[in-house]
Design a protein around this ligand. Structure first.
Ligand SMILES: CC(C)(COP(=O)([O-])OP(=O)([O-])OC[C@H]1O[C@@H](n2cnc3c(N)ncnc32)[C@H](O)[C@@H]1OP(=O)([O-])[O-])[C@@H](O)C(=O)NCCC(=O)NCCSC(=O)C[C@@](C)(O)CC(=O)[O-]
Length: 302
């Protein structure tokens, strides 16, 4: 029996630890370390794993070895291994490395767009058009991220209408899903609910995902709001790894283990084995010499 509130009975989790999680880590991981992490994640039941990012190594050195990572992992059938592709150069490299899926990433805030990808929102859309077209021509699905949907580190408040406009544009260009990024974790249930109410008045729930950072401990509460609005796709990061290099102070993503613990206890099916995921979270935390950011992970290991 599913939870008494009107929530989806099944949800899909995008594990972003190997990308969003590692892109801001001070301790650089070797290709082999990343491959070990991704291969371990592949054995947990996850079906969507973001494995790397084809961005400028001058901007994000931690992702410089994404091609070697994608070509070295032990791919498992039924798992989509994705990568970020900000431009045609990124897409070409991602296709050469056989990414199963790619993602373009824009923002709802002009300042963040400039700081993150060095162009305006409008210019970013112009850049994405050939990327999306070429990916589709290669039969590679394209996801889209929008950063700063609930607040911007440079501008503060972001208007929900701006998020709606960018979402509609990216979906109309052929992205199969828009992942709404609370980049600095300032979203609260009230703000998340207001944003989703507007978006869902014009877009179907199955075109949206939530990508919550846990800076203020609100990520899981916001996910619950998302579930109650019918959202069934969520991004999370094993051990709560992460942070965005262009959003100072942003802490990690919502920990995958915490998300899974909540979903399991709401009888919502994900197909993922929590115990296996907890072990992966523990190992990567030890490897990075950082505290495991997953509360459920720490509690269940204790
Ligand atoms: C977008 C660019 C490339 C524009 O960067 P640019 O400087 O405007 O671009 P450019 O075309 O003038 O190129 C500059 C240099 O980068 C190289 N270059 C150009 N493109 C590539 C590429 N694809 N791969 C490798 N190298 C590349 C290019 O060859 C050139 O090299 P140089 O001639 O100086 O030696 C740059 O701004 C960049 O790489 N930004 C990275 C931003 C990033 O990765 N941010 C983190 C991910 S987004 C995020 O975390 C948020 C999210 C998704 O998780 C959701 C949320 O929480 O909000």
């Amino acid at each position: 029996m599913s939870f008494h509130l009107d929530t989806p009975s099944k949800v899909s989790i995008v594990e972003v630890g190997p990308r969003d999680g590692l892109q801001n880590e001070k301790t650089p991981l070797t290709v082999q370390d990343k491959v070990t992490l991704i291969d371990a994640l592949s054995n947990t039941g996850l079906r969507r794993i973001e494995a790397g990012s084809f961005v400028s190594p001058k901007w994000v050195p931690q992702m410089a070895n994404s091609d070697a990572v994608l070509t070295s992992i032990a791919r498992q059938q039924g798992i989509s291994y994705s990568a970020l592709t900000p431009n045609m150069r990124g897409l070409t490299d991602a296709l050469a490395a056989k990414a199963d899926e790619v993602a373009v990433f824009g923002a709802a805030s002009e300042s963040f767009s400039q700081k993150n990808i060095n162009c305006s929102i409008e210019q970013s859309i112009e850049r994405f058009i050939p990327v999306i077209d070429a990916a589709k021509a290669a039969s590679v699905p394209v996801r889209a991220y929008i950063s700063c949907v609930l607040g911007c580190p440079y501008e503060g408040e972001v208007s929900p209408q701006a998020v709606l406009d960018v979402s509609k544009t990216l979906l109309s260009l052929g992205c199969y899903e828009v992942s709404l990024g609370d980049t600095i974790g300032v979203g609260t249930p009230k703000k998340t609910s207001a944003l989703l109410s507007l978006l869902l008045s014009q877009l179907p729930a199955n075109k949206l995902a939530l990508h919550m950072h846990d800076t203020y401990g609100q990520a899981l509460a916001n996910v619950l709001i998302g579930l109650q609005h019918g959202i069934a796709s969520f991004d999370a990061s094993v051990a709560g790894l992460g942070g965005c290099p262009y959003a100072k102070g942003a802490s990690g993503n919502l920990a995958s283990e915490d998300l899974l613990y909540m979903l399991e206890n709401m009888d919502i099916d994900t197909g993922i084995d929590l115990q296996k995921l907890i072990k992966v979270g523990h190992h990567i935390s030890v490897k990075l010499d950082r505290q495991n950011g997953a509360k459920a992970g720490r509690a269940l290991l204790a």
